[in-house]
Design a binder for this molecule. Sequence first.
Ligand SMILES: *[C@@H]1O[C@H](CO)[C@@H](O)[C@H](O)[C@H]1NC(C)=O
Ligand SMILES: [Ca+2]
Length: 241
Amino acid sequence: MRFLVCLMFLVSNAAAVQDLSGKMLLFPQQTDTAHVRLTPLKTSIGAATVCHRSFTNLKRDHNLFSMSSQSFDNEFLLFYDFTNNEMEVHVKNQKAEYGGLDYKPNTWHSLCTTWDSGSGLVQLWFNGRPLIKNYLSAQSNLTDNPIIILGQEQDSHGGRFNIKQCFLGMMTDVHMWDYVLSACEIEKYVSELSFTPGNVLNWAALEFEIFERVLIDNKQCTVSKLSIVGWECLSNIYLII
Ligand SMILES: *[C@@H]1O[C@H](CO)[C@@H](O)[C@H](O)[C@H]1NC(C)=O
Ligand SMILES: [Ca+2]
């Protein structure tokens, strides 16, 4: 009997948190409703790194990662501005723009965004390449009941989606950490080597809820071009082996 209770507990736990390793999310339909809501493991963090890979052929603006709070609809947002070919990073409704990117359609792209409340600096890593650091917002944590959504961009806390900003395509390997990842860790993530999984969002143990038509599919090969892992990084790996 005790064994049975224990087993039931395990089963109900497994239903809430899923290992999405080797899987991707497929957003196949233009809507202002379909989305995925992710539950973070921590809800007040003084620094952040968000990494993910995505694939789309959209010729318009689209959301890549939307975290809202009770205070700001763009508490932490990664958004593509098609008209200006700029990747936008928003923290607490402040915006930094990264232009001149080779954001090719029908290609997997790895993006990592970092922010630290001590310095207030954000930085975007585009396919493993570090871009400039911008000052956005310092001192206060990402907090205030954060709601994290993939597929739609929040203009209110958990809602007010715009069909012209929804994501269409595939997305995988979404991780979030409560610290700024080192260059070496980002290289390992981008090259799909072993890395420390996110401690705020972990793709391999993700609590999430799907609303309407978003599908889970097997991941396709995402490394289009083998990136060169820094020597220091490689030597660390050899040491571990
Ligand atoms: C801010 O986040 C850090 C963790 O990154 C945490 O230790 C601290 O308690 C948070 N501060 C507040 C005011 O919530
Ligand atoms: Ca918004």
